[in-house]
Design a protein around this ligand. Sequence first.
Ligand SMILES: C[S@@+](CC[C@H](N)C(=O)[O-])C[C@H]1O[C@@H](n2cnc3c(N)ncnc32)[C@H](O)[C@@H]1O
Length: 290
Amino acid sequence: MERRRRFPSARGKPQTAHPRFQGNRAQGAPAQQQGAPAQRPGDAWDQAATWYDALVGERGSEFQQHVVIPGTLRLLEVKPGEQVLDIGCGQGVLSRALHGVGAAVTGVDLSTRLVELARQRSQKAIRYLVADAGRLGVLADRTFDAAACVFALQNMEAVEPVFKEAARVLRPSGRLVLVLMHPAFRIPRQSRWGWDEERKLQFRAVDRYLSPLKIPIDLRPFRAPGQTTWTYHRPLQEYVTALAKEGFVINALEEWASHKESQAGPVAKAENRARAEFPLFLALRAVRSA
Ligand SMILES: C[S@@+](CC[C@H](N)C(=O)[O-])C[C@H]1O[C@@H](n2cnc3c(N)ncnc32)[C@H](O)[C@@H]1O
């Protein structure tokens, strides 16, 4: 069975609790080295940019091409000429797909290096900006017909400012599509496959779900001392509450399973069943109140 994760996770390090709930530096988080320059937001993704760009390429990883990009385009319901914002655009894989269906696209990302790569890989008509998704002052109010944030929210420490900015820059009734690693089943270091020998069943084990967690992601050999990218696990209710607070109404929720099939063998049936039962991704579409 395909077990590759979107990010290889750090091994042998303690689980860290989210600092918002711990009130201190996350246990296990790398301390800023004495005399070392402060880590700028986006540094860790700058470090990972070459690796991530190679993983995603021009048209996306296998999952992006088969599942994520088609699903996102379908949920966004983009019409030619619409203004669409790609939040946490990375090296621009979704922006290019949106451009391909006729949207006027703006991509924003915190990583200078990924934005450079996005510009290199993309058509000139796509506008890319280096910006924090929670501080999009460079973009005017009520400019966009739709926005998407794919595989990026779980890399952001707080979602409230991101939804606040999305609500500000979207036009009334503008659509916002969010795509996440499924927060109920795919929690780095807190979920895994297991095998029930008696029932010949592959099951999914989940150790924790309701507690928000800050989980370091090991991007070695790309990580420099003191630099780590993080995944922020939140239960689904946190996303829904934060969206509602900014006046968004959710009108679609989809759970996308892997498109892959196991090769014939003694456990192929069990693996295929488990893969079809436990979705990899969660997609939400919310509409900004008029
Ligand atoms: C896993 S990548 C996803 C990139 C792209 N959406 C894709 O599907 O390939 C996560 C992205 O989130 C960006 N990111 C993290 N925090 C951000 C923030 N506060 N504002 C904007 N982008 C951010 C990172 O720089 C990185 O490009």
